[in-house]
Design a binder for this molecule. Sequence first.
Ligand SMILES: [Zn+2]
Length: 355
Amino acid sequence: MTTTHLDLTADAVTLTGQLVDIESVSLGEQEIADAVEHALSAYPHLAVTRRGHTVVARTDLGRGERVVIAGHLDTVPVNDNLPARREGGLLHGLGSCDMKGGDAVILRLAATVPEPNRDVTYILYEAEEIEERYNGLRLLAESDPDLMAADFAILMEPSNALVEAGCQGTLRVEVRTTGERAHSARSWRGVNAIHGAAEVLRCLTEYDARRPVIDGLEYHEGLNAVSIRGGVAGNVLPDECVVEVNFRFAPDRSEAEAEAFVREVFDGYDVRLTDSAPGALPGLDLPAAKAFVEAVGGEVNPKFGWTDVARFSALGVPAVNFGPGDPMLAHKQEEHVPIEHIERCEARLRSWLTS
Ligand SMILES: [Zn+2]
């Protein structure tokens, strides 16, 4: 198979279109990774490493600081939204927003800034949109932790071309109520576990969301039932009901503290933890982060969803999201990216790396 050609001398918008036109649904990133590796290998100022379908390109100028600039190459499944199409100020197509606009900016910077004022590790990675075990950054952190080492990291996930800092953590628990089966014709002989769940739901509806301000950013927690199951048969009082609860917690709580909080809310119930991922503090007091925020215009928003920012944070690397596109459009059929966002992100990053 011949490698698809990517033209890194083209502008970032044209390049975004080229990237969109290489279909790269998760676990199908070979073609795009080949193209990216091939294109970057033409630049002698970059040391290129390939792991699976993740490509890393580094400058090694012995600068006092190193930053990671990263983007995932995969997309969610095709939904009649290929190839790329430019219309007015927008570029449409699968992955245009999430996140090939950001990837194009990364490739342009890698190719055209041979002597950045801080060393840069550019990472274009596989499998962000599916289960954690496939995640290219996770695999890279395991196989080559030195390639993830940095003083600061920027993930070019869509964030309306503004800095989004930190991210909220997430955990899931199952809250179980139990009862005693009985024929529903003689219900007074049993105990209905589904009725017992009413109290669990009351705790949830009465929950008052905490909105802590951290480094000047207001986060917003959420405690919600996301599924409920129970029932034996149409004429039997159920002896078990399970309410699955998702807690999105601000990054000033650790996973353990978040779990303890949920257990306190459901004190006296059988509570089982099924899933947990930590949040990430914005870290805006750290010099590298502060300098970046100032350089790109000063405006910062909190990130509510979980992103790979938390992965860097867990490695002790402060990280932010800064990329073109509206995150609300990610994974939607009509996904698109404003051309102006791509240009702004590229210009701001370029001046940060060269001034
Ligand atoms: Zn994404």
